[in-house]
Design a protein around this ligand. Structure first.
Ligand SMILES: O=P(O)(O)O[C@@H]1C[C@H](O)[C@@H](CO)O1
Length: 315
């Protein structure tokens, strides 16, 4: 168990006098990061930046340069925020960046947290709750993913219309635990998770900029190992178009908190469906994502500009 999770478990067990094995890891995290604690984290950030972001952008592996596009940027390192997790993965820097992008006030998460780093799903999604408390209305989630559907190619951008998360189907949901209605409701419908209005806006940007995009289903696996050939075949047959190790749980917590979600994958490699297929390699994945990020950046900038002119879509 990582150090943060250990601290969290101990405080929970002490308060409720329960043995560790009785408690779900998600429930422990949610009990520790109370609404009040999240509010005080958000207040600390507000005091530092004095800026109200409307959109939060989460940068996937190799996609952190999106954060460098912000005007009048103010950086806060994750290490400066008490009880905020730390990034441990190559291609994830560890800064919140506040500033304007295409005239829209945004906060950019330059580096995300993944369950395979040892963090609970609830801890991985803590930043989404903080974004809500900072005043955000929309989250834009980005990631690097392996293509399963052979009509996708390395370098393609895939707009996520739905997801399938293997960890979330088996009691690894970040919303497990005592619910605080101030964040959101106990039961959350997620059949319209990836906003159709926002996807339509993004598709308009794709047409106008002449940057082709695909639309499909993102699959989440736990990682950090990639897929076996049998895993890939199973995922493809189940309806996933690409596969990664993030995003789905962040989207669910965003919906729970009442935020609208837009999400995109960059296809950085093809997940192996044959024993002769190329091995996925994280440093190559980061390089390819960074090399292909320019198109995604242009699309996001154009999307934010349109969103600014269509604020009714946020209602
Ligand atoms: O943060 P994302 O989802 O972009 O990172 C992907 C998934 C794994 O963390 C890693 C695998 O190479 O990249």
């Amino acid at each position: 168990m990582d150090e943060t999770a250990e601290k969290v478990s101990q405080s929970f067990m002490k308060e409720f006098n329960l043995p560790r094995e009785f408690i779900n890891h998600e429930a422990i995290t949610n009990a520790y990061y109370t609404y009040e604690k999240c509010e005080s984290m958000a207040n600390m950030i507000k005091n530092r930046v004095n800026f109200e972001p409307k959109v939060a952008i989460v940068c996937g592996s190799g996609l952190g340069d999106i954060g460098n596009l912000l005007e009048n940027a103010v950086f806060i390192a994750y290490s400066e925020i008490p009880e905020f997790p730390r990034t441990t993965v190559l291609g994830h820097k560890g800064n919140l960046i506040f500033g304007n992008l295409s005239g829209m006030p945004v906060v950019c998460m330059q580096g995300r947290f993944h369950p395979f780093e040892g963090y609970s799903m609830a801890l991985c999604t803590l930043p989404i709750k903080i974004f809500k408390l900072l005043g955000c209305k929309v989250v834009v989630l980005t990631n690097a993913a392996g293509g399963l559907n052979r009509s996708l190619n390395v370098g393609d951008i895939m707009l996520i219309k739905d997801h399938m998360s293997l960890p979330l189907l088996s009691l690894k949901n970040p919303l497990i635990g005592v619910n605080d209605d101030r964040f959101g409701p106990r039961f959350v419908p997620i059949n319209k998770l990836y906003s159709k209005n926002l996807r339509d806006l993004f598709k308009e940007c794709s047409k106008e900029l002449n940057i082709p995009i695909n639309e499909g289903v993102y699959g989440t696996i736990g990682g950090p190992s990639y897929e076996t050939v049998a895993d890939s075949k199973f995922c493809l047959a189940s309806g996933m178009d690409c596969v990664g190790m993030s995003t789905s749980h962040e989207a669910i917590v965003a919906a729970y908190c009442g935020l609208k979600v837009l999400a995109c994958s960059i296809i950085t490699d093809m997940a192996p469906i044959d024993y002769d297929d190329h091995d996925p390699d994280h440093s190559e994945i980061v390089k390819i994502a960074a090399a292909k990020a320019k198109h995604l950046e242009r699309l996001i900038c154009s999307f934010l500009k349109k969103l600014k002119d269509n604020l009714n879509l946020l209602d």
